[in-house]
Design a protein around this ligand. Structure first.
Ligand code: MN
Length: 286
């Protein structure tokens, strides 16, 4: 993603966004990080833009997009937090500072339980948007983890699995949680990951067709019952959820039956039970 794509994406959900201000933040990040490269070899600012892009996917406010573009500036460049505050205001400075502090928090997993680390993380962040920027930062670092040496990959992947994926889960950002879990597993259990990935790929066409068919059958029956869901969606499950089920139940892939999922969102608890009744009348519960 480049800056133009980012601007277009932000404008699509936030027509009031100050495009010139976001562009200024980008220019500041670009000049401040000039000469720095990521381990992938790309200019450092590509990371800043990618992190802002992940937050734009979540439709975050303008200040968060600006803060995301600047999130590594005070720690890694000559431009100070005070300068950011002067240029972009208190809100942006507060969020950038929050992200910097979280980055400095050393997640020494040996002495502390993951659970208390997650709590400390949330308490330190104060503003939930700071945690969101940090999550987006971690997600992009995980997406580019192939560029780091193997021992670093494992440490970062473990930390992601124990701290960041559960945080994303608690915040209800399941899309990011799934991606963090799958990327972590890829580095923690590469053999298992490849095995499940290959098995899932074998059945991809089947899986997709099955889901589409199941949704259309369900939609038709729900219409007959006068239930109008807000949304029906389906997808093959993510690799980590299949992995953990195989592990938990001591089964192999062919014995895992729920490799696909369909989700129905309705308006009330009552409708939810009605839908469950319809589902049970159509398919045999296991
Ligand atoms: Mn970063």
């Amino acid at each position: 993603m480049d800056i133009q794509e980012l601007l277009a994406q932000v404008q699509a959900y936030n027509p009031q966004a100050d495009v010139a201000r976001i562009t200024r933040a980008y220019e500041l990040a670009r000049t401040a990080h000039a000469g720095q490269t990521r381990s992938t070899g790309e200019p450092y600012v590509t990371h800043s833009v990618a992190v802002a892009g992940i937050l734009a996917d979540l439709h975050l406010d303008e200040d968060s997009i600006v803060a995301a573009l600047l999130h590594d500036v005070p720690e890694d460049t000559n431009v100070s937090l005070a300068m950011i505050q002067k240029e972009f205001g208190d809100e942006v400075a507060k969020r950038v500072d929050g992200v910097t502090k979280l980055s400095q928090l050393r997640l020494g997993m040996e002495q502390t339980e993951a659970e208390s680390l997650r709590k400390m993380f949330m308490a330190m962040a104060e503003d939930i948007r700071v945690v969101l920027i940090k999550l987006a930062d971690r997600l992009h670092n995980m997406r580019t983890l192939q560029a780091l040496p193997p021992n670093k990959q494992k440490t970062i992947a473990r930390e992601t699995m124990e701290i960041f994926a559960p945080l994303a889960n608690r915040l209800g950002i399941y899309k990011i949680r799934r991606e963090l879990e799958d990327l972590s597993l890829k580095y923690l259990e590469p053999e298992k990951y490849k095995e499940i990935e290959a098995l899932l790929a074998e059945g991809t066409d089947d899986s997709q067709a099955f889901i589409v068919q199941a949704i259309s059958i369900l939609r038709e029956r729900l219409t007959q019952e006068n239930i109008t869901p807000i949304e029906i969606s389906g997808r093959p499950k993510h690799i980590y959820s299949i992995y953990s089920k195989m592990k938990r139940k001591g089964r192999d892939f062919s014995q895992i039956y729920d490799i696909r999922g369909v989700r129905v969102i309705v308006n009330s608890v009552r409708e939810c039970y009605l839908v469950l009744g319809v589902v049970h009348s159509l398919w045999t519960p296991i």
